[in-house]
Write a protein that binds this ligand. Structure first.
Ligand SMILES: [Zn+2]
Ligand SMILES: [Zn+2]
Length: 114
């Protein structure tokens, strides 16, 4: 299978004090996620729901500072990142493909279908 450079990180930097996660991609693009946006993207079954049931994030919760505090970041194999949040939540595996697709920069926002 050909490697898709756009989904291949070359560097990942989690700045816990600033609450920013910066990913440099093999095609030269850079994505910068703030912790709040990242938490809202949490793909786990609890946050996003599963099997048609709504998840916690579907209830538009007010996030506490704990819930958006990045305390750690694990690399899952060669395909995903798993942040640990201040409230202990760590079950969200963000695949590189998802992170690239959700890149918040203005260039990607413009090309993303509404
Ligand atoms: Zn989650
Ligand atoms: Zn981008």
């Amino acid at each position: 299978m050909a490697t898709n450079l756009a989904n291949q990180p070359t560097a990942i930097n989690a700045d816990r004090d600033a609450g920013l996660v910066t990913i440099d991609w093999a095609d030269g693009h850079r994505s910068v996620f703030d912790a709040v946006s990242l938490r809202l993207l949490c793909p786990c079954a609890y946050c996003q729901g599963e099997a048609g049931r709504p998840g916690w994030l579907d209830t538009n919760p007010t996030l506490t500072p704990d819930q958006t505090q990045l305390v750690a970041m694990r690399l899952i194999g060669q395909y995903a990142l798993a942040p640990t949040w201040g409230d202990g939540h760590d079950t969200g595996y963000y695949t590189f493909e998802q992170l690239r697709t959700e890149c918040p920069c203005s260039i990607c926002a413009e090309t993303r279908p509404a």
